[in-house]
Design a protein around this ligand. Structure first.
Ligand SMILES: Nc1ncnc2c1ncn2[C@@H]1O[C@H](COP(=O)(O)OP(=O)(O)OP(=O)(O)O)[C@@H](O)[C@H]1O
Ligand SMILES: C[C@@](O)(CCOP(=O)(O)OP(=O)(O)O)CC(=O)O
Length: 398
């Protein structure tokens, strides 16, 4: 085999606290509103992607979770992302004669998600972020993350926010060519490292209405949607950034919950209506409001993407208060023992007893609708790794 170039990257999932829902330009993937998210820790949820370029390859190919994904390889999203990256490389080669002309070669990409794909856990976000950063590294591009976010955005809108760690905004921009529609850091991870997240996986099946088609239906048919993008989100965008800067959890949580509700309301207001939340999701909403009312303080926020899974945001200092409820209810699900010692878990239970939470007659039916709990926290952006998923011939190692 002639000479090859390789690179490997891991990238995080991000879960929006101010939701992106609606495109003003479907081919460039330009949104109808700005959005904000928290990047989650790759220790718990991540995509790992390796790429290789070789003059011997005869086409661009992609393997996802062990299988060659022909649909994704030939999709407009992937070809658009790859051609933007190849074009950037070509411009560098034109300026610097010493660079090998790898922009005309094909690439093989191997990617693995360590969590369910296409199940409302933002796999497209981590996946396209990993892909863009990995190929940018392979091509030795010197663009910063904001510049690369404009390419990731074309793969999947929410992917642009996974190029940064911590707290991230996707500024919608106003230019027709999309050159100002980009991700920026609101605050780095170390600004508010106490931010934790508990994901209650309500159903890990593939969803029936994709985000892409769901949001198009909303844009076309919902009356509520217009008010959301004209008034509600622009105001919330500024307030939420300030709540993060000020580390004002109560405000951050209230805005997060209201925005999740507003987004799902526009889904219900679409025609025919779209239901992403299920009965379990609704019970989790009630539970969170009950917990905040019990403590007479907002210690936890829920948010739901285009699926029934709940993401609960809370601060580390309120862990005992929150987990006295959540662990007591969801203790039979997988995911606790790797995060907490037996002593800590016993403490949650004894606090549940001493607060007499059994007297609240909590709805234990919720537990039956959940399959798994993922305990995580705010985390860093994409990371370079040494180990590769690709063997020397350009195929997945197994
Ligand atoms: N590691 C990856 N590399 C490249 N593309 C990926 C990767 N993982 C997922 N994808 C792409 O993203 C698609 C799933 O996106 P989709 O928006 O339907 O679900 P999701 O991102 O898991 O959920 P949501 O965006 O609603 O939170 C997959 O079918 C695949 O095309
Ligand atoms: C509900 C959301 O998660 C929608 C994400 O939509 P996608 O980014 O998956 O959509 P495409 O741009 O069509 O790929 C909200 C959010 O992440 O902001």
């Amino acid at each position: 085999m002639s000479s090859t170039y390789t690179a490997s990257i891991t990238a995080p999932v991000n879960i929006a606290t101010l939701k992106y829902w609606g495109k003003r330009d479907t081919s460039l993937n330009l949104p109808t509103n700005s959005s904000i998210s928290v990047t989650l820790d790759q220790a718990d949820l991540k995509t790992t992607t390796s790429a290789m370029a070789s003059a011997d390859f005869t086409k661009d190919r992609l393997w996802l979770n062990g299988e060659e994904d022909l649909q994704l390889s030939q999709s407009k999203r992937l070809t658009q992302v790859l051609s933007s990256l190849k074009e950037k490389r070509r411009l560098r080669e034109a300026k610097d004669e010493s660079l090998e002309k790898i922009s005309s070669w094909f690439v093989h990409i191997v990617s693995v998600n360590n969590f369910p794909t296409a199940a409302g856990l933002a796999s497209s976000a981590a996946g396209f972020a990993a892909l863009v950063v990995c190929i940018a590294k392979l091509f030795e591009l010197d663009d910063d993350m904001t510049e690369l976010s404009k390419i990731a955005r074309q793969g999947s809108g929410s992917a642009c926010r996974s190029l940064f760690g911590g707290f991230v905004a996707w500024e919608m921009g106003s230019l027709a060519d999309g050159s100002d529609s980009k991700a920026v850091e609101v605050c780095p991870l170390n600004h508010w490292p106490e931010m934790k997240a508990c994901v209650l996986v309500a159903c890990a099946d593939k969803k029936d209405v994709s985000s892409t088609s769901g949001m198009q239906l909303t844009v076309k048919t919902s009356d509520l949607f217009q008010k959301r993008i004209d008034e509600v989100v622009p105001e919330r965008f500024e307030q939420m950034k300030k709540s993060i800067h000020d580390k004002n959890f109560a405000l951050f949580a209230e805005l997060t919950m209201k925005d999740s509700n507003s987004f799902h309301a526009t889904c219900l207001d679409s025609y025919p209506p779209i239901f992403y939340m299920n009965d379990t999701s609704k019970k989790i909403v009630k539970l969170v409001h009950l917990i905040n009312a019990f403590y007479n303080e907002t210690i936890v926020a829920y948010t739901f993407d285009a699926g029934p899974n709940a993401v609960l945001y809370y601060l580390e200092q309120n862990e005992l208060k929150l987990m006295s409820f959540i662990y007591a209810m969801f203790k039979d699900l997988n995911g606790w023992e790797t995060k907490y010692s037996t002593e800590e878990l016993n403490k949650f239970i004894s606090n549940y007893d001493s607060l007499k939470l059994q007297e609240l007659s909590l709805d234990m039916e919720i537990v039956k609708g959940c399959t798994r709990v993922i305990l995580t926290r705010v985390g860093p952006g994409p990371l370079t790794i040494k180990e590769s998923l690709i063997n020397e011939h350009g195929f997945p190692k197994n």
